[in-house]
Design a protein around this ligand. Structure first.
Ligand SMILES: [Zn+2]
Length: 511
């Protein structure tokens, strides 16, 4: 087992860190050590560049390995014509034909891969390159690249026979142990943590809708253990996240931890209680946000003293928080809709239509008729329309009637099967120790922001006995509590009128 910390921290730090880990020195000392590491103090231009200087980047050292022969080398041969393209949505034959490869030669290529690979299902981003004799158009070599680590090649041999093979890209896996501090720019943050951009997708996969990297708040920290794949010694992709901790900026909030686990029945990523979102189920439109007002068809308005149904579920969150489609479907409406403010609705295949109201902005490029996936960005929390504070008013409708969206079992969870519980507990304990050992990342070298105080209780106890949802903060006095607030005069409150305003076929404004 190769636990490689390679280059995530400075080399000197790395050595000391391993030494410390071996000695079992507590976490805090490691943290001090990182702060005092040569890398941290060696930023020569600090004084001149001032506080806005780019945070220290812990680049991972990689050594490219010598690779196999590649078709591009034929480009130097003046008798060879090299053509290349991505598949897009075309069939293999069409794509090559459109690049001037004779049909007979296309079949020759396909035959060269007999028993190794069929080209009947091509990825849109797959790239092919054909090297042909300039005069005869006979294929001298062919390459098909699915990813940096999956490449197929056929090459004329001495006898003029075209033979296909998968290239040996020296695929290797390495563990990555890293951390980053979420600053203003997430891309900068992961770079400063020595990670490649693909890590955000890997993290989102692991979070599986429990949270999303887009909702990571400034001042929070992430520690993770992941597996990366390299091809010829260079980064290819993140294969998976083994363990992850997301620590919100507010030390009073409980950190979220996720563990990769494969038991006899269970597999995937689990939270501290060994729970996992239902695959294919409905997701909360605002992961982790508290419900501030429930669906209530009988609600009496506190001020107007008349029945004024609340036809949706309110989630409290600051303006700008990303809002996601609760399930896959087709966008039905994007635009202003009276009291609903900026509204997006999505029609789902099961006859349910969901609505996302009071948005400050829409997801870039979103429009009616567009397909969206479960947990795809549709917009951002706001307070447009009849609303007195930023929140999401989330509705669900079937046969033209609103019903309680919470009955969709948003973020329904599966519990760990009994047979796997003991093994999970052991795996979790080991991973917790490893997460605890990763130094908490420091904020980038900016002036302001004194570092958040140490959490009061043992920070990484990870007892696993408590639902993190229990710690959901109450929405403050300035929060989205519009229901108790006095509505604009003469008007019903937002939700009462949403029924008319949001009626999909009769938008209030031409649009
Ligand atoms: Zn509402």
């Amino acid at each position: 087992m190769t636990a490689v910390f390679g280059g995530i921290f400075g080399l000197a730090t790395l050595t000391s860190l391993i030494a410390l880990l071996i000695q079992g020195v507590p976490v805090r000392d490691e943290r001090a050590l990182v702060a005092a590491s040569p890398a941290a103090s060696a930023a020569g231009t600090d004084g001149a560049a001032g506080p806005s200087s780019v945070p220290e980047v812990k680049t991972k050292q990689r050594t490219p390995l010598p690779g196999p022969w590649r078709i591009s080398e034929l480009g130097k041969d003046p008798s060879v014509l090299l053509v290349s393209d991505v598949m897009d949505r075309r069939s293999f034959i069409t794509a090559l034909d459109e690049k001037g490869v004779p049909k007979a030669q296309i079949y020759r290529i396909m035959k060269a891969f007999d028993g190794l690979r069929k080209f009947d299902k091509c990825g849109r981003k797959d790239r092919f390159t054909v090297a042909m004799d300039r005069s005869t158009r006979r294929v001298r070599a062919f390459e098909y690249e699915v990813s940096a680590s999956e490449i197929y090649q056929a090459r004329d041999d001495a006898a003029g026979l075209l033979k296909g093979a998968a290239l040996d890209m020296k695929i290797a896996e390495e563990e990555v142990v890293a951390s980053f501090y979420v600053g203003k720019d997430l891309a900068d943050a992961i770079r400063a943590g020595g990670l490649e951009s693909g890590v955000l997708d890997a993290i989102d996969d692991a979070l599986n809708g429990r949270l999303s990297t887009e909702s990571f708040e400034e001042g929070s920290t992430v520690r993770l253990i992941a597996v990366e794949e390299t091809a010829l010694g260079m980064f290819s992709r993140y294969k998976k996240v083994i363990a992850l901790e997301y620590r919100p900026a507010d030390p009073a909030e409980k950190p979220v931890r996720i563990y990769d686990f494969k038991g006899q029945e269970a597999r995937g990523t689990f939270d501290e209680r060994g729970r996992q979102p239902h695959a294919g189920g409905w997701r909360a439109p605002l992961p982790g946000a508290p419900v501030t007002s429930k669906f209530n068809p009988q609600r009496m308005h506190p001020v107007l003293k008349k029945r004024m149904p609340h036809n949706g579920t309110d989630f409290g969150a600051p303006t700008g928080t990303p809002v996601y489609s609760a399930y896959r479907g087709v966008v039905d409406w994007v635009g202003p809709a009276g009291p609903s403010g900026n509204l997006v609705t999505v029609a789902h295949p099961n006859g349910v239509t969901t609505g996302y109201a009071h948005l400050s902005r829409y997801a870039p490029g979103i429009k009616a008729g567009m397909k969206v996936g479960t947990h795809q960005l549709v917009g951002y929390v706001g307070s447009t329309g009849r609303s007195t504070g930023p929140h999401l008013h989330f509705t669900a409708k079937r046969d033209g009637k609103y019903f309680d969206a919470e009955t969709l079992q948003l973020d329904g969870e599966r519990v760990m099967p009994a047979i796997d519980r003991a093994a999970f507990a052991a795996a979790k304990e080991a991973l917790d120790k490893r997460l605890d050992a990763i130094p908490l990342p420091e904020p980038p070298p900016e002036p302001a922001k004194p570092e958040a105080a140490e959490p009061p209780s043992p920070p990484l106890a990870a007892t696993g006995s408590e639902a993190s949802a229990a710690a959901a903060p109450d929405v403050g006095p300035s929060g989205p509590n519009e229901h108790e607030a006095q509505p604009p005069e003469g008007a019903g409150d937002d939700e009462g009128e949403l029924i008319e305003g949001a009626d999909l076929k009769s938008p209030p404004e031409a649009m």
